[in-house]
Design a protein around this ligand. Structure first.
Ligand SMILES: [Zn+2]
Length: 241
């Protein structure tokens, strides 16, 4: 499954569940809802940080590549611990803990927002091993911009209680998505049995030209149906004075 599919499906599911959450659990304003959607998109990539040559590892150039090598070593390799209920619990608990400290929350939003936005760019071709090039520079610039935005968000007095919810939802949607592919997911890790609810292998071009546009349309439909009043409110909120 490609990065954009993971990111867009996570964002779409978060948007869909954020409406009843805002209605029945805790009010969610348009800006926190938008932040939550982007964070969920990035959290939908977090499990694949266990793969040092997959696209999430390239989001922030050498920074994310180092992080991915560490995650890969700690979690036992691609589709091991990170692709399980243990991984879901660890990352969600980490997000809850981070929400109590403004700097930890800044780093969390920075990472998720960076991964989510980066997933929607066209994936650059592989670079020769071990040599820095313009893609690393682009990753570092992207990291700096994402950090600036995350810093502004966490220091603007906005109630960002929804961020850990978005991390949990996005992460879960990734695992559910991988469960629909041939290789399945070892949900009960350290038990290595893999569970699969479907075996969809659409191929990259169908995914790029059918699935991804369908997800964009789906998200637009969810926004239109459930959050119609939020869009003008959000535009009004972020409009410069
Ligand atoms: Zn995965």
């Amino acid at each position: 499954m490609m990065g954009p599919t993971h990111a867009l499906s996570a964002a779409g599911v978060f948007l869909a569940v954020s409406f009843p959450i805002s209605h029945y659990v805790h009010h969610l304003g348009p800006l926190p809802a938008a932040v939550g959607t982007i964070v969920a998109a990035g959290a939908g990539l977090l499990p694949d940080l266990d793969h040092p040559s997959a696209s999430p590892a390239r989001a922030f150039g050498p920074i994310s590549q180092t992080a991915a090598r560490i995650v890969c070593a700690v979690s036992g390799g691609h589709r091991h611990a990170t692709h399980s209920l243990v991984g879901l619990a660890v990352f969600t608990a980490g997000a809850v803990a981070a929400s109590f400290n403004v700097w930890a929350l800044t780093v969390l939003i920075w990472l998720c927002m960076g991964l989510g936005v980066r997933a929607l760019w066209r994936r650059p071709p592989n670079r020769p091993n071990g040599r820095l090039d313009y893609r690393d520079v682009a990753g570092l610039v992207h990291a700096a911009v994402a950090f600036f935005i995350a810093f502004r968000l966490t220091h603007a007095g906005i109630d960002l209680w929804v961020v850990p919810v978005a991390v949990g939802v996005g992460y879960f949607v990734h695992l559910a998505g991988d469960s629909m592919t041939e290789s399945g997911v070892n949900w009960l890790w350290p038990d290595r049995r893999r569970f699969r609810i479907a075996s969809i292998d659409t191929g990259k071009s169908v995914e790029r030209w059918v699935v991804v546009p369908a997800l964009y349309v789906g998200i637009a439909a969810v926004v239109y149906v459930t959050h119609g009043t939020w869009v003008p409110a959000l535009l009004h909120t972020i409009k410069p004075e």
